[in-house]
Design a protein. Structure first.
Lengths: 1022, 478
């Protein structure tokens, strides 16, 4: 015991010596009374919960420190020496010290001190702060501050002995707020107007103008796209194009019309379950469908389905609840009280989606919804009306026609067996032959002088080294196969150079029908199936041999049409001749004078609708009057010779109209939506998260640690969504306002914006966060109002100037004793360059666009058969100069202009982007084509509008404030330096000035000045 | 004046001194650099590393271990016989062959021979690799759970089948910092390949930094256009003009810094200077004109053909020589579901001689002792045939239950074979090495305890080797 006391002494000494300011920056709080939530629980969570937390399976010694009762077993309030917790964490006995040495997470002395102090003060226990509904506390009274935001912030600064900065220059705020609300800088005219406006409401007027701009919605949407993991490709394997840009458009619109944020969330989680959902509400559910999907050959549907749903649950958790639910997929959450059962109960809400988990590599992976524009709807309606009108005319013509069955033709005719020859002396007149290349060689018809043919005057010679073939395809009309028909061809094997194998291949819906003779050398199709049938040994050489293959043997069923044929060899030489079909099926004309004759042929004709063929199979005597009329009408419309004159032109017209209709329908964009199955799919707890390791079945339920769903609520996603936006929900509003705060101040009040659980960081200003959350809900979840209150706060308007004192006390600016200053996001930097140079094409919405990027980036990674394996840039400035949120996002190779500046790949949800500072960014911003183009554009503007001070003009245009004299002088001398370089080397000037008018040397030199300004830290930074 | 800007001004002066030191050339530079790399996480490396750098040669698609390394003579008598049910034992297959009516055994058509003093088996497809058998540590029992390419290769490169986690190279850059002031820590190349069938994709995520800061992501060294994206000045801008621009930029930034005093401004100034240095160091790296003829000949005729595997291997050596931490090559086209007779030899020709040359070259330069070279696919291939089976040609489906890889250098046991599989190269009979253990072994070689190497993200201490504990295969080290 004495020994123990000695060991402990230095710890207490340390504790006494700790000043509050020393830890204030790292550990917000700093009050003398230890706060359990802010100071104790994080230590326990980080160092103890892994073995003594919510996860039952990994719990050691049956002790949990995440509950009040559990803690009580090892803590004696007020008496650290009698508390086992303290004894164990402070103990120096390596055998009993906690956490154990091998856990590699030892407590720091100050942490031990903190725990000790907490026990001393009575070991008060609270629920995890974020799981308790926020309440508005009294707003502190602080001299000189009016709004609640500033009063909370300043009260804290006073406690820390810091002072806020004075207000930033007007131009600085204007640039800051314009970027933050629209993603673009202010124009020189806007700067002048604001500098001139001395009214008390000047700033507010600016904010209202910005909030009303459509650019606001584009800018706000851009952040949400990271949350929603939006991309233009599927993201896995082939990574083919995916069409769901209308979802992006919906987000932009939602922010622009200031849709209440709770509705915004509800529609994305359950828009499809709302009563009579609009197309827009369906599109909103795209949020749940933005995840990555695959269709890789060999994939197991169930495995992919589970992955897709897991992705939805994890995204829902991070974005809506600010919880990292994902860990609980495999085991009980080690830190947060989310059990594995909770996880799969949440999973159960999202697992009843209609459609295949595999995307089929299709752009339109169902369930989808059509999202026509007004114009498209109109056009479609017109075409449909025309179509209906035409059908009516056809029906009238059919009704008007008279027909009586000729009794003499009453007996069905059985046509004779005959040869229909495709290839004899020439290829069929309407056909395509495959171009040479790969295994394909040209057709060579040789005369009698080379070889006496089996039929006609010529035969086909084919000499092969390895695998070679001659191919004819798209033959029209095709061969119509009937019951018992046989395929044939003649072959003459060269006895001096016999092939190892010969093969006949036929094409129906694919090249799926093969028969071969000789060795099994050609590795095509599945062996021993209709894809590769062995017909026997290689025929005897030196004579014509007729090869016959029953169509059924190679899987060609009656009613099928053959449209292609190939003679294939492995090595050797052979001659081929007269190939076709031995058939009793009528091949050409399908028009008859008699219904019975027509019926005899049409019963097996797949071109005739199945319903009609079924009627034809039916005994004529047993048909009802309605059935007989249906047959008669069909015959008259399609099969009767005498109505052709009237009906053929109408059919032609209808065919043309059908093409137009299909085209118009194809032009209508679609979006991916969530569609519920009629009966919910059962959900199971999956052991270790493995799709094939099912445990108990689970029902739909929200996590136990969070408020329960009110009784009587629907047990579906709509119920979940309503629960989510309940005014008393502890997380939703906090998570939302924190993310908006992060957007404007760089870091959220909770730094870990995606983790409000016990492992996440505590809020720097808990009362402020709660006040904002409650106020946001009370305002009707009014985002514009919220953003306005933030950008008009003194905290936001102050200067960003750093002092040594502020840097030392608050290196990360969490306390906001200075204004926010950090690098702009990738999109803002590119958009800024296009904007100041006058190149930006502003158009809200529409499909994604492909500005240029260095060649070969997609090719380097893409599956060769993917439809995004080759990048073709758009040419038109209308597309290449759009805002970056419209840039096509291929997820396995995202645009380098974006990723170099920390944009995520969008393969998974991102709530908070990293901000790095790298040489690769410098290279991009100095050299990339569009950034250079922008410099040139800005230079041109300066020459045109800059009068006698192009340097000052350029500076103000790009930096959004007047240049100082020193800056102007520096730029002028830089210009002289560049001009000297280009005067020496006019060809270089011409290259840089490109197509620009006027003196290339001057333009090139100003382009370099603009390039310099566009790379200024001040320009890349908010 | 404030103490902080004072301190920073001092920093800047040192940064400029550092810059001039670079002019002295790499030899002088190496003596000036501190022993510990810049930017390493405190406490790393955990112990004395065996390797300072690593090269990872990834054969994308899954090379057939049965036709290259894992010799199974008993199969010869079992041609076209069915795989015994007891071997497969109901284990899952991809849906490409799970519908097959039978699983006919396909013995390798290629001749095997014992190689090197150790007498390890290798097939005739790897004559050059055979020459360095005594340098290699071969593991025949690497295994994984992923049965399809995308998840399998994502698993191998990031430790997780689901996208979003940092790649091995990013972890190394994050943990060990940089040894190099002029080049990135983690360089990736995607050389051309020769098999004819559609090649499986790779993905930027395989070298992405996941939740780690973006500066740790792999930098692709390209064979077309700029070797590093946006490296070249725009047409008409000469280096001297760029230098002038950077001088003006630096002055303006410094003026702004004097006003606002944000440290990021200083960082930006240094990053622009590094970008400028890269405009010299990267072309110098790519310039093979000073390579001697014997070296070039060793890599074979394709060594000077940009974008080939041979050229990439030569560049890998040049990168390693310049103390780049991690170089990764992704060679595609190893997915032989059919036509092994033609495509597998073509793939082997791409990599065989160049792989040999790389290891030999490193050895000759004294770099192999502290460089780890790894050669592997994301899984192996099945003993049973997919599609048509003849003695002359056949195809094989994916097989994650065992595959063969080799490593060389960095204190490994040379000429050593580890692990055994059954007579069908289907199941492991001794010394399995799970993919996580492979990654743990790579980390171990670089002085890192994988279980202690974490970064916090999404509420969890994340590791390259996943949530569970895994251990390096220490038996592989001498």
């Amino acid at each position: 015991m004495t020994l123990l006391m000695i060991h402990r002494l230095p710890l207490f000494a340390l504790l006494m010596g700790l000043s509050t300011t020393a830890i204030s920056a790292a550990e917000p709080g700093g009050a003398k009374v230890v706060d359990f939530n802010r100071e104790v629980q994080p230590i326990l969570a980080e160092h103890c919960y892994a073995c003594h937390g919510p996860d039952e399976k990994s719990r050691k010694a049956d002790l949990r420190l995440d509950t009040k009762d559990g803690l009580a077993t090892v803590v004696t309030a007020g008496k650290p020496p009698e508390s086992e917790l303290i004894e164990r964490v402070a103990g120096h006995d390596p055998d009993t010290v906690m956490p154990p040495k091998k856990f590699n997470k030892p407590l720091k002395p100050e942490q031990v001190a903190k725990l000790t102090q907490w026990v001393e003060q009575g070991a008060k226990w609270n629920e995890h702060w974020a799981f308790v509904a926020p309440k508005k506390t009294a707003v502190p009274t602080v001299q000189g501050a009016t709004g609640a935001i500033d009063r909370f912030l300043l009260a804290r600064l006073e406690r820390e002995g810091l002072k806020a900065n004075p207000e930033a220059p007007k131009a600085t705020w204007l640039r800051r707020v314009t970027f933050d609300l629209t993603g673009l800088p202010p124009t020189p005219a806007e700067i002048d107007a604001y500098l001139k406006d001395t009214g008390v409401n000047a700033a507010e007027k600016v904010v209202d103008r910005l909030l009303a701009s459509p650019r606001y919605g584009e800018h706000m949407a851009r952040y949400w796209l990271d949350n929603a993991r939006y991309g233009d490709t599927h993201g896995l394997h082939l990574d083919n194009f995916r069409e769901m840009w209308t979802y992006r458009e919906w987000i932009i619109g939602s922010f622009n019309r200031n849709q209440p944020f709770n509705r915004f969330l509800v529609e994305q989680v359950a828009g499809d379950l709302l009563p009579n959902p609009t197309v827009e509400q369906l599109v909103a559910t795209g949020f749940l469908r933005c995840g990555i999907t695959t269709s890789e050959g060999g994939s197991i549907e169930e495995e992919c389905y589970v992955r897709n749903v897991v992705d939805i649950v994890d995204t829902f958790g991070s974005v809506m609840l600010g919880l990292t639910a994902g860990c609980a997929r495999c085991h009980d959450h080690k830190y947060d009280p989310i059990s594995q059962k909770d996880y799969y109960s949440l999973f159960a809400y999202f697992n009843s989606i209609e459609g295949s988990a595999l995307d089929g590599n299709a752009a339109r992976h169902a369930p989808i919804v059509s999202v026509p524009t007004a114009g498209q709807s109109q056009k479609l309606k017109e075409l449909q009306a025309k179509f209906a009108g035409l059908n009516k005319r056809i029906a009238e013509a059919v009704a008007k026609a008279s027909y009586t069955e000729d009794a003499s033709a009453a007996e069905a005719v059985n046509p004779k067996l005959r040869e229909v020859v495709w290839i004899d002396d020439a290829l069929p007149p309407k056909s395509q032959f495959a171009a040479e290349g790969g295994t394909n060689v040209a057709w060579e018809f040789v005369e009698k002088s080379v070889r006496e043919p089996a039929s006609g005057t010529k035969s086909v010679k084919l000499t092969a080294t390895g695998l070679r073939q001659v191919v004819v395809s798209e033959v029209s009309p095709g061969l119509r196969v009937g019951e018992g028909d046989k395929l044939f061809a003649s072959v003459w094997i060269d006895p001096k150079n016999p092939p190892k194998e010969i093969m006949l291949q036929w094409h129906t819906t694919g090249w799926l029908h093969r028969a071969f003779w000789g060795e099994n050398r050609i590795d095509w199709g599945m062996d021993r199936t209709t894809e590769r049938r062995q017909q026997g040994q290689l025929p005897e050489g030196g004579k014509w041999v007729r090869l016959e293959v029953p169509a059924a043997r190679v899987g060609i069923k009656p009613g099928t049409v053959i449209t292609g044929l190939a003679f294939t060899q492995f090595d050797g030489t052979a001659f081929w001749d007269k190939a076709g079909l031995l058939t009793s099926t009528p091949q050409g004309d399908r028009h008859f004078d008699s219904l019975n004759e027509w019926a005899a042929v049409s019963v097996a004709d797949t071109a005739v609708p199945k319903a009609i063929r079924d009627l034809l199979k039916f005994d004529a005597a047993k048909r009802t009057a309605a059935q007989s009329k249906e047959l008669r009408d069909y015959f008259i419309e399609y099969g009767y010779t005498k109505t052709r004159e009237t009906l053929d032109p109408l059919h032609k017209e209808r065919a043309e109209l059908t093409v137009q209709l299909t085209k118009a329908q194809g032009e209508i964009p679609v979006s991916y939506v969530f569609k519920e199955r009629p009966t919910p799919r059962p959900a199971f707890l999956l052991k270790r998260g493995e799709y094939d390791q099912r445990g108990d079945q689970v029902g739909r339920a929200t996590p136990k640690a969070l408020p329960a769903v009110p009784k009587g609520t629907l047990v579906n996603r709509l119920g979940l969504a309503n629960w989510l936006v309940d005014a008393k929900h502890p997380l939703t509003a906090r998570v939302a306002v924190n993310r908006f705060w992060q957007q404007l101040f760089g870091t959220g009040l909770v730094k870990t914006a995606d983790d409000f659980g016990t492992q996440g960081e505590l809020p720097s200003h808990p009362e402020l966060l709660d006040w904002l959350a409650v106020d946001f809900v009370e305002s009707g979840w009014d985002v514009k109002k919220f953003m306005k209150s933030l950008v008009l706060s003194a905290a936001y308007r102050q200067s960003a100037k750093v002092t040594a004192d502020k840097l030392a006390k608050d290196p990360q600016n969490r306390l906001l004793a200075r204004g926010p200053r950090y690098r702009l996001d990738a999109e803002m930097i590119r958009d800024q360059a296009l904007f100041v140079s006058g190149l930006l094409v502003e158009k809200v919405g529409g499909p994604s666009v492909k500005p240029p990027q260095p060649a070969g980036l997609w090719e380097a990674v893409g599956y060769t058969g993917s439809n995004t394996a080759r990048f073709t840039p758009d040419k038109d400035a209308e597309k290449t100069h759009r805002r970056s949120l419209y840039t096509f996002w291929k997820r396995t190779a995202p645009p380098p202009q974006m990723t170099a500046l920390d944009a995520p790949s969008r393969e998974a949800c991102t709530v908070r982007r990293e901000r790095t500072n790298t040489p690769l960014q410098a290279l991009l911003l100095m050299n990339e084509t569009q950034f250079v183009e922008a410099a040139r554009g800005a230079a041109r503007r300066a020459l045109q509008d800059g009068g006698d001070d192009p340097a000052g003009y350029l500076f103000k245009l790009i930096v959004c404030r007047p240049a100082t004299d020193a800056e102007r002088t520096l730029l002028k001398s830089a210009f002289e330096g560049f001009r000297a370089d280009f005067t020496k080397d006019p060809s270089a000037a011409k290259k840089l000035a490109a197509e620009g008018k006027g003196d290339p040397v001057t333009l090139a030199a100003w382009t370099m000045v603009a390039n310099t300004i566009l790379n200024l830290d001040e320009v890349l930074t908010k | 004046m404030h103490p902080i800007p004072d301190f920073l001004a001092g920093q800047t002066r040192r940064a400029f001194l550092g810059k001039s030191a670079l002019g002295l050339g790499t030899a002088a530079l190496s003596t000036l650099l501190p022993a510990r790399a810049a930017g390493a996480i405190p406490g790393l490396p955990h112990f004395a590393p065996k390797a300072k750098r690593a090269i990872f040669l990834h054969m994308n698609g899954g090379p057939s271990q049965i036709d290259l390394f894992d010799y199974k003579p008993k199969l010869e008598d079992l041609f076209d016989k069915d795989l015994p049910e007891s071997v497969r034992n109901g284990q899952r297959l991809t849906t490409m062959t799970s519908g097959q009516k039978r699983f006919p055994l396909a013995p390798s058509k290629f001749k095997f021979e014992r190689r090197g003093k150790s007498g390890m088996w290798m097939s005739e497809l790897l004559p050059w690799t055979a020459k360095m058998a005594d340098e290699l540590t071969v593991v025949r029992t690497v295994n994984s759970e992923a049965i399809n390419h995308d998840p399998a290769v994502t698993y191998l490169c990031t430790g997780n089948q689901i996208p979003g986690k940092p790649s091995l190279g990013s972890w190394l850059s994050y943990g060990l910092g940089t040894m190099n002031k002029n080049l990135p820590d983690f360089v990736v190349m995607t050389p051309s390949w020769s098999s004819k069938t559609d090649a499986q994709a790779i993905y930027n995520r395989l070298w992405s930094s996941g939740f780690l800061p973006g500066k740790h992501q792999g930098v692709a060294l390209r064979s077309q256009g700029d070797p590093v994206l946006f490296l070249s000045n725009p047409d008409g801008v000469e280096p001297a003009t760029r230098r002038k621009m950077l001088d003006s930029l630096g002055k303006l930034n410094q003026q702004h810094f004097d006003e606002i005093a944000d440290l990021e401004t200083q960082t930006r100034i240094t990053q622009y200077e590094m970008a400028f240095r890269m405009q010299t160091s990267v072309p110098e790296l790519m310039d093979l004109s000073k390579e001697d003829k014997r070296t070039l000949a060793m890599y074979g005729p394709e060594a000077t053909k940009p974008g080939t595997f041979a050229a990439s291997c030569l560049l890998a050596r040049r990168l390693i020589e310049r103390d780049v931490r991690f170089v990764q090559l992704f060679h595609r086209g190893w997915d032989q579901h059919g036509n092994i007779a033609v495509d597998l030899p073509a793939q082997c020709r791409d990599v065989d001689q160049a792989g040999y040359a790389l290891v030999t070259d490193l050895k000759q330069r004294g770099l192999l002792k502290d460089t780890l070279v790894v050669w592997t696919g994301e899984f192996g291939r099945t003993v049973y045939c997919q599609g048509g089976l003849t003695k002359a040609n056949y195809g094989r489906d994916h097989h994650p239950r065992c595959w063969t890889m080799w490593m060389a250098g960095a204190g490994l046991k040379p000429g050593f074979v580890y692990g055994e599989t059954d007579d069908f190269s289907y199941n492991i009979t001794r010394d399995p090495v799970h993919l996580h253990e492979l990654n743990a072994t790579v980390l171990h070689s670089l002085g890192i305890d994988n279980n202690r190497f974490t970064a916090t993200a999404q509420g969890l201490d994340q590791r390259l080797t996943g949530v569970e504990e895994h251990h390096p295969v220490k038996a592989l080290f001498a």
